[in-house]
Design a protein. Structure first.
Length: 110
């Protein structure tokens, strides 16, 4: 039975996704699809567009800024499926190489 994992792409605020990197990312995505690991992937807008919302107990609060003010941030992600942590880790290494960025791998609960 497959387990689900998130691979978060870690980027700085200098910008990302050169045309050469996008070719490698597309090839990695195709590999995920052809090997049954693909669920979904996407890029994220810059942290300046973040907005932390808190409506617990009717608070109606919006920060109009990201949760963390840090040089590094998540700029994209892959949602994958793999038979185990070992396979997911190998895919994370491949994703890191493809996008030329650090990545963080986390299993989904459940």
């Amino acid at each position: 039975m497959s387990k689900k994992f998130m691979i978060f792409v870690i980027d700085d605020l200098a910008g990302s996704g050169t045309p050469e990197e996008m070719v490698k990312i597309d090839a990695f995505n195709d590999s995920l699809r052809s090997n049954g690991h693909w669920i979904f992937a996407g890029g994220l807008a810059a942290p300046v567009h973040g907005n932390v919302i808190d409506h617990r107990n009717g608070a109606n609060l919006a920060s109009h800024k990201p949760l963390f003010d840090a040089k590094e941030n998540y700029s994209g992600f892959w949602l994958i499926q793999a038979k185990d942590q070992e396979v997911a880790t190998q895919l994370a290494f491949e994703g890191s190489k493809a996008c030329n960025r650090k990545v963080e791998l986390r299993p989904l609960l459940g």
